[in-house]
Design a protein around this ligand. Structure first.
Ligand SMILES: [Zn+2]
Length: 273
């Protein structure tokens, strides 16, 4: 099976950017690589798919004949990665064919990985504007699906995905600085830090807020150790991430004491999008 690397452009087939304000593609044939995010039944025989495509972003397409005897095979299954042949008619855009490149079996065979990937599809479906390319985010999705498929712990990869998505949109909190005082967050102390609507709150500011009875406005507290692991999970480059994520240190963090904190942080990152 040929590998498509969304991040290095290998999966790009006729890159086209839809101009802002233009909802419809030019009439005719189009071809792009990407992933199925959602599928909904229109009738017994027809379905509509929300595709996330290189050069095009998210778009709904009609998939005639994708019902019980599906002529597209597994090409209309959510989380399938492929090259999609489309036709834009005067009224709507149709799916003509799918060249499946990656079915992500490694994700589908593990319940936790599958739950994580389904969550990504739901989050993307509800937040992505249609008709605007988001190739950096598609590249992040590709790398995250590959890591998930390779058995990386779902909590680590989910926190990484959520923070990096926020970072692409300029909405991720700084993992280094306190949003109240601007000082570096001390990850060597045993002081707790906290999550607020605007970013991390350092231990010193958290103490002050507690004295002034203002801590109830915070989303929750988080240990310095969890901040340290989050920094690594979120910022290690793709090549080194899988090695770190499968190390004993990361494994212990994700599997034991930091489980709930990683979960809370990922939810917090999504809430900021
Ligand atoms: Zn502070």
């Amino acid at each position: 099976m040929e590998k498509i690397e969304a991040g290095n452009g290998a999966g790009r087939i006729h890159p086209r950017i839809i101009p802002l304000g233009v909802e419809r593609l030019p009439q005719g044939n189009h071809r792009a690589s990407g992933m199925v995010l959602r599928r909904r039944d229109i009738s017994g025989k027809n379905q509509e798919l929300l595709l996330f495509l290189n050069g095009f972003g998210a778009m709904w397409v009609s998939a005639p004949g994708s019902g019980r005897s599906n002529r597209f095979g597994g090409g209309t299954e959510p989380m399938t990665w492929g090259v999609f042949d489309l036709y834009q008619s005067p009224r709507r855009i149709y799916l003509k064919g799918v060249d499946i490149r990656e079915f992500f079996w490694g994700v589908r065979k593990s319940k936790r990985s599958l739950d994580t990937a389904v969550k990504w599809c739901i989050e993307l479906s509800s937040r992505l504007p249609t008709g605007h390319e988001s190739d950096s985010l598609l590249s992040l999705l590709w790398g995250s699906m590959k890591n998930l498929s390779a058995g990386v712990n779902h909590l680590l990869i989910d926190a990484r995905f959520a923070w990096r998505w926020g970072n692409l949109w300029g909405l991720a909190p700084s993992l280094d600085l306190c949003q109240c005082c601007g000082r570096a967050i001390d990850i060597t102390s045993s002081n707790m830090t906290a999550m607020s609507r605007d970013g991390f709150v350092c231990g010193a500011c958290l103490s002050e807020m507690k004295k002034r009875s203002e801590s109830s406005t915070l989303r929750g507290q988080i240990s310095a150790e969890a901040v340290r692991v989050l920094r690594l999970a979120a910022t290690i480059p793709r090549e080194g991430f899988i090695v770190w994520a499968k190390s004993d240190e990361a494994d212990a963090a994700a599997l034991a004491n930091l489980k709930q904190e990683l979960r809370d942080c990922a939810s917090w990152f999504y809430s900021l999008l």
